[in-house]
Write a protein that binds this ligand. Structure first.
Ligand code: FUB
Ligand code: ZN
Length: 693
């Protein structure tokens, strides 16, 4: 492990995104998604499934007040059932004192608060901050005197807290609370939520650990690992790092805690007994794990925490495990859209090479988790392979999770969709052909809000002496190299064209700027240029040969003294690429898909009519004559994308189901392809990423 290459994201306030693509997405989250989700958290969206978030927080606050006043509080009868998703009985009024929603419902509001905090760092907004303060106050009032903070148990059988770490989500809620608290503290300087998170973390640590009298438990749904590391970094309190390391190290040790706790509670409250639980990545100690397995979001969050821990503690064995798990997830189990988790059974990874298009699960949160993991691997060891996957996830499945107007969301992201089949085929029951306004299990929408709002953290990281450029995002940024501040501007036509320029606006510093060479570019060219004319009027611009230039693992490193006017010119060709899948992927045999720059493309009924499965492309011919693929601007749902016009052939189907083999009768047609993220913004219609060849 080369510690000198390790880096951290630039602080969000240090980067101002200026390009029209990401600025639009970030503004959409601020102006549409965040206000909409606030209404959702307060159960004020007509026709949408209730969130119960504010209901639960307020009820928990009342319970705490009753406790303080010494009043008797009757536990609502439904709480006795320890149901995973208690809801009001059909036809009855909700009990104002009962918990409703999924067992992890508290986390929805924490994710929302985190997204709000990132937006406040982009631009102060007193009204938004005041609204968010209501949420923070509600959370703080819901916290019990001993620091416990999970409304499911506060409103139910508190004595059962920490008895079902496998299925219930106390530590998941702790993780999301800590992430929100750090962001809120950074955005506002307020420590109210931070103190709540610290107290809850301490409350958990008092119960869980290897010390005598504690339970050797760890999260059933990971995230606390990376969140506690952030809490440590924000507060400087070492005990939070230790808690994170304990959770990482204890997972999968024998005897398996999840089996032990199930035995202690005499059976499972939800789900069945486990085998040590690959579903929860708890079947073996993490350093021994080699295959990305189980619930995909959980896996991604665990591996992200492991990568953070490996970097911060210099743990080579943990770093090696991260590399193995990365290889499994990214090289054998990843969709071409940057999605992971192929099966709806357990929302999980399937076996290697099993990547079905129509039954894909590819949860939006799992793709977000893949971007988390990739960013952390980049921090550990810069290598453009990680950045390529991070970019693929961000520009495809993460963005596809949200409609272009910000008002509806995908949880599941198929790579092929036949709306009629989704309605009638139970095997596709999990696939919604149109985005939904909200979900009973609404993990994805606020997760999109928080990652989009923190996009700069994926574009740039820095070490003491090196600025890493991972994504090409129009922006202005402040960075410190070897203690000296620099102000820079990235000007770029990305994601639609691959020209970019990174210019020093102010400052003077010695150090390195490392620019990623994306895997999709075949003829990347970069050079450092010094504007001598700025320094000596009348002198022509010249190549800055004083900047040493080297290349390693897909990054070009420019090292030298950086002065105002110095810039790196970047030219990334953006060819249309026709991809095939590994021959081991049976589902994709005989099919191709198209990529351009960071985007994976798809054919949609709105442009091509309903019979997408009848169309094929002549791959050999297109490979020989790629110029036959035209590129045109196209308006899709209010934005202009670069569409691809691909010559194709459309079969006239036979009358009979089976006939003697003969070439299909076909007629030429042109398929219009659009970036995957933009599909389903023109009403319900079929879609395919992979096309017959
Ligand atoms: O369990 C919490 C979240 O709900 C998971 O991350 C999602 O996959 C969904 O099951
Ligand atoms: Zn989700």
């Amino acid at each position: 492990m080369d510690k000198t290459m390790q880096s951290r994201p630039l602080p969000l306030r240090a980067v101002r995104v200026t390009d029209s693509f990401w600025q639009r997405e970030m503004d959409l989250v601020r102006t549409e998604v965040i206000p909409y989700q606030w209404e959702a958290l307060n159960d004020r969206v007509p026709g949408a499934a209730p969130s119960w978030w504010m209901h639960n927080m307020r009820a928990a606050a009342r319970r705490n007040a009753a406790r303080r006043a010494g009043k008797v509080w009757t536990v609502p009868a439904q709480a006795e059932k320890l149901s995973f998703q208690p809801l009001p009985e059909k036809g009855t009024q909700p009990d104002p004192d009962a918990f409703y929603g999924f067992v992890f419902q508290d986390s929805d509001g924490y994710k929302w608060l985190e997204a709000v905090s990132y937006q406040l760092m982009r631009r102060p907004d007193a009204a938004l901050q005041a609204t968010a303060q209501q949420a923070v106050d509600a959370v703080c009032a819901a916290q019990e005197p001993d620091g416990y903070l999970d409304t499911y148990y506060t409103l139910g059988l508190r004595e059962k807290a920490f008895t079902n770490l496998r299925d219930h989500h106390e530590l998941y809620c702790l993780g999301h609370l800590a992430e929100a608290a750090v962001a809120w503290h950074q955005a506002t300087g307020r420590d109210d939520l931070l103190r709540a998170a610290m107290r809850f973390a301490d409350c958990c640590a008092a119960q869980l650990g290897r010390e005598p009298g504690k339970k050797p438990g760890y999260p059933g749904h990971e995230i606390a690992e990376m969140a506690l590391i952030r809490l440590w970094e924000e507060t400087g309190e070492r005990r939070f790092l230790d808690q994170a390391l304990y959770f990482i190290d204890e997972r999968g040790r024998r005897p398996f805690w999840f089996d032990e706790e199930a035995r202690l509670r005499e059976g499972a409250a939800w789900g069945g007994p486990t085998d040590g639980s690959a579903y929860h990545q708890a079947n073996a100690p993490v350093r021994e794990q080699t295959e990305a397995q189980g619930h995909a979001v959980r896996a991604m969050y665990l591996y992200s925490g492991m990568a953070d821990a490996a970097r911060l503690t210099g743990d080579d064995a943990l770093a090696a495990a991260c590399r193995r798990l990365w290889h499994s997830a990214a090289d054998e189990k990843r969709y071409v859209t940057g999605g992971v988790g192929a099966t709806h059974v357990g929302e999980a990874f399937s076996r290697p090479w099993d990547l079905p298009s129509d039954t894909a699960y590819s949860e939006t949160c799992a793709s977000i988790g893949l971007a988390f993991f990739a960013r952390r691997m980049l921090q550990l060891e810069p290598d453009s392979r990680y950045a390529d996957v991070m970019e693929e996830a961000l520009y495809n499945t993460v963005l596809s999770g949200m409609a272009l107007d910000g008002h509806s969301f995908f949880y599941v992201n198929p790579l092929s969709c036949d709306p009629e089949a989704c309605r009638t085929d139970a095997r596709l029951a999990h696939v919604k052909p149109v985005r939904q306004k909200w979900f009973g299990c609404a993990c994805c929408p606020p997760n999109i809000a928080r990652i989009v709002s923190s996009l700069p953290a994926y574009a740039y990281t820095a070490s003491e002496n090196t600025l890493y450029v991972h994504l090409f995002v129009g922006s202005e940024l402040n960075v410190t190299l070897n203690g000296k501040p620099l102000r820079l501007r990235m000007t770029t036509a990305m994601p639609w064209d691959g020209e970019a320029s990174l210019e020093v606006l102010e400052g003077s510093a010695e150090g390195t700027v490392a620019v990623r060479v994306p895997g999709w570019s075949r003829e990347a060219r970069m050079s450092a240029v010094t504007l001598r004319s700025l320094l000596t009027p009348g002198t022509p611009e010249c190549a800055a040969d004083e900047k040493a230039q080297t290349e390693k693992d897909g990054y070009v490193y420019f090292t030298g003294t950086w002065e105002k006017g110095d810039r790196i010119e970047i030219f990334l060709d953006m060819p249309v690429r026709m991809l095939k899948a590994n021959a081991r992927v049976p589902e994709l045999a005989g099919q191709v898909c198209f990529r351009r720059g960071p985007f994976t493309y798809c054919a949609e009924g709105a442009d091509n009519g309903p019979d997408l499965a009848l169309c094929r492309v002549d791959a050999e011919r297109l490979q020989a004559f790629p110029e036959n693929i035209a590129q045109e601007p196209l308006d899709v749902g209010g934005i202009t994308v670069t569409a691809l016009k691909v010559p194709a052939l459309k079969a006239v189907p036979d009358d009979a189901l089976y006939t003697e083999w003969a070439p299909d009768v076909e007629s030429p047609c042109t398929l219009t392809l659009i970036p995957y993220f933009a599909w389903d913004n023109r009403g319900e219609n079929p879609m395919r990423v992979w096309l017959r060849r």
